[in-house]
Design a protein around this ligand. Structure first.
Ligand code: SIN
Length: 530
C-alpha cells in the first residue's frame, strides 16, 4: 500500500467506526435537520456571544477558512439538527499548519519551563471559567448528558493543570563516568512538532491529554479533531490563544481526513503522531509513520472484562459495572465490554443489575435527569444492532432492551444480555454502545483465561472482597489498567494506556511526558585540558 493509501484508509472516520460506513453516515440527514430548535438556538447564540463558537481552522494563530471555501456540517446526534458549518480543510492547510508549528517550535521550546507552565495554567483557568459553555458544546455535538459533559470539561482541564506543573520537572541525569577525565550527561528535549489525532467520544479530554504534555515538554502541535466533534476543539484552541499561548503553538485543522492524515504522516517536520481511536486505524498510522520514522503513541480499542466474583459485595459490583458499562452510553474504550459473573452470584447479579439498568433515563443530553444520550451516528447504531442480533441468533437471552429506543434517531435501549458465550461478536469485539453481555464462569482460572482471551488489553475490572485474589488476578490480567471494586478509574494523575493490540505508550501522569521527549546523551571529554 502506498503511504497515501495508508493514510486514506487510516483517517476516514476517527473513532471505532468502520470506514465503509462513512459515506452513508454523511448522507444521513434526518428530515427535521433543516430547522434549528429554539433550545439549540439559544445555546448556540450564547456560545457565539462568548466567542467560543468557532468554525474556522486555526493556523499560525489566525482563524482561517478552507482554501477552497468548502465547509462541512456538524450535527447534533440527538436531533439531527445542523449546529454549524465548519471549514473543511485538507492537505494544503495542514502543510501550512505544520510549517507554523515548526516555526513556533523554535521559540516555544526555548522558553523556560516556568514560562510554558504559566501559559498552560492560564489555559486551565480559562477552560474552568468556561466549564458550563464547553459542557454545552460537548452535549450539542457529541450527545452525552450535560452533567457528564461538564464532568468531561473538568477531567479534560485537569490534564492541562497537571502538565502545567509537570513542565517544571523534566529532569536530566548525570551518569558516573567510565574515565576520570569525562563527564556523561542525559538531557531530555522536546521531540518537535506533534500531530494529534483525536476522537469524537471525548471531544475535549482526548485533546488536552495529548496537547497538555506536548506543550509542557516544549513541543508544538497540529490537532486534527474528529469531523463529528470539531467545535469543542476549536473552542479549546480559542481559549489557548486567550491564555497567551503564542500563535503557531496550537494549530487545528479538520475536514478531509485522508488528506490531513497524509500531510501529517509524510511531513519530515512532524516528529510525533499521537492518536486515540480504533485499533485498525492505529495500525495504519504506525505503518504510515514508518516512512519518516516518527515517534508514535496509540490509545486504541479495548475489550474490557468486568469480572464479578462470588465474594463481591453485590451493590458495589452492580454500581461499579453500571458505571464501567454505561458511561457515555457505552462509547468509551475502557467501557466494560464483557461482564463475567461467577456462577454462585450470577442470578442475583443479573437481576439486580437489570433493575439498575432499567432506571437509566434515556434522552437528549439537555433533558432533566437524562443519563444515556444518543449514539454518535447511524453507523454506530447499526453496529450495536448487528452485535445484539448476532448474540441472540447464537442463543443469548435479552433480559432488558435489545432494540432501538422509541425516541428514534440513534437512541438505543440500555440492554442486558444473558447466556452470552465467548464466540459471539459481542464478546469478541468492542460493541461501543449501551449493551452489557453477561457471561458465566466457574473458577478464578477460568475467569482469567476468558478475560485474557483477546488481542485487546486496555482496561479490566474486578469485583471481589478477597485481598489475595485482588493481587493475584490484577497481576494475571493482561491489561494496562485494572479497576478493583471501582468502575471509573480514569484520572490525569495515573498512566492510561493499553498492552497487546490496545496501544503503545501512556497518557496522563508523569509517564505521559515521556511520549513527547527525546533522550540525548552528551559526553564531555578531556575535562582536565587547561
Ligand atoms: C477513551 O475512551 O478513549 C478514553 C476514556 C477515558 O479517558 O476514560
Amino acid at each position: 500500500m502506498t503511504l497515501s493509501g495508508v493514510a486514506r484508509v487510516a483517517f476516514v472516520g476517527s473513532r471505532r467506526i468502520f470506514a465503509s460506513h462513512l459515506p452513508s453516515m454523511q448522507s444521513y440527514t434526518p428530515a427535521f435537520s433543516r430547522q434549528m430548535s429554539v433550545g439549540m438556538k439559544s445555546v448556540t447564540d450564547r456560545l457565539r456571544d462568548s466567542g467560543l463558537l468557532r468554525t474556522q481552522g486555526l493556523i499560525g494563530g489566525k482563524w482561517i477558512d478552507a482554501y477552497d471555501g468548502k465547509t462541512l456540517e456538524v450535527h447534533n446526534p440527538a436531533t439531527g439538527e445542523v449546529i454549524a458549518n465548519v471549514s473543511c480543510m485538507g492537505g494544503k492547510e495542514t502543510k501550512d499548519a505544520i510549517s507554523s508549528a515548526f516555526d513556533a517550535f523554535n521559540s516555544w521550546s526555548k522558553l523556560t519551563a516556568a514560562e510554558r507552565s504559566k501559559g498552560l495554567r492560564k489555559w486551565y483557568d480559562l477552560l474552568m471559567a468556561h466549564k458550563e459553555e464547553l459542557g454545552q458544546l460537548i452535549t450539542l455535538e457529541q450527545g452525552k448528558p450535560l452533567k457528564e459533559a461538564v464532568g468531561e470539561v473538568d477531567y479534560g482541564a485537569k490534564f492541562i493543570e497537571f502538565y502545567a506543573e509537570e513542565a517544571k520537572r523534566v529532569y536530566g541525569e548525570i551518569i558516573p563516568a567510565t574515565l576520570p577525565d569525562r563527564r556523561l550527561f542525559v538531557l531530555k528535549q522536546p521531540v518537535g512538532v506533534a500531530g494529534a489525532i483525536t476522537p469524537w467520544n471525548f471531544p475535549l479530554a482526548m485533546i488536552t491529554r495529548k496537547v497538555g504534555p506536548a506543550l509542557a515538554c516544549g513541543c508544538t502541535v497540529v490537532v486534527k479533531p474528529s469531523e463529528f466533534t470539531p467545535l469543542t476543539a476549536l473552542a479549546a484552541a480559542e481559549l489557548a490563544l486567550q491564555a497567551g499561548i503564542p500563535p503557531g503553538v496550537v494549530n487545528v485543522v479538520m475536514g478531509n481526513a485522508p488528506d490531513i492524515g497524509d500531510a501529517l504522516l509524510t511531513s519530515p517536520q512532524v516528529r510525533k503522531i499521537t492518536f486515540t481511536g480504533s485499533t485498525a486505524v492505529g495500525k495504519k498510522l504506525m505503518a504510515g509513520a514508518a516512512g519518516t520514522v516518527k515517534k508514535v503513541s496509540l490509545e486504541l480499542g479495548g475489550n474490557a472484562p468486568c469480572i464479578v466474583f462470588d465474594d463481591a459485595d453485590l451493590n458495589v459490583a452492580v454500581n461499579g459495572a453500571l458505571a464501567a458499562k454505561f458511561r457515555n452510553s457505552g462509547q468509551t474504550c475502557v467501557c466494560a465490554n464483557r461482564v463475567l459473573v461467577q456462577e454462585g452470584i450470577y442470578e442475583k447479579f443479573a437481576d439486580a443489575f437489570s433493575k439498575a439498568v432499567k432506571n437509566l433515563k434515556v434522552g437528549d443530553g439537555f433533558g432533566e435527569g437524562v443519563v444515556q444520550g444518543p449514539l454518535i451516528n447511524k453507523a454506530a447504531l447499526e453496529k450495536v444492532e448487528t452485535f445484539v442480533e448476532d448474540a441472540v441468533s447464537k442463543g443469548a437471552k435479552v433480559l432488558l432492551g435489545g432494540r432501538r429506543h422509541s425516541l428514534g434517531m440513534t437512541f438505543y435501549e440500555p440492554t442486558v444480555l444473558s447466556n452470552v458465550k465467548s464466540e459471539m461478536l459481542v464478546s469478541r469485539e468492542e460493541v461501543f454502545g449501551p449493551v452489557a453481555p453477561l457471561l458465566c464462569f466457574k473458577t478464578e482460572e477460568e475467569a482469567i483465561h476468558m478475560a485474557n482471551d483477546t488481542n485487546a488489553g486496555l482496561a479490566a475490572y474486578i469485583f471481589t472482597n478477597n485481598l489475595q485474589r485482588t493481587w493475584r488476578v490484577s497481576e494475571a490480567l493482561e491489561y494496562g489498567l485494572v479497576g478493583v471494586n471501582e468502575g471509573l478509574i480514569s484520572t490525569e494523575v495515573a498512566p492510561f494506556g493499553g498492552v497487546k493490540q490496545s496501544g503503545l505508550g501512556r497518557e496522563g501522569s508523569k509517564y505521559g511526558m515521556d511520549e513527547f521527549l527525546e533522550i540525548k546523551y552528551v559526553c564531555l571529554g578531556d575535562m582536565n585540558r587547561k
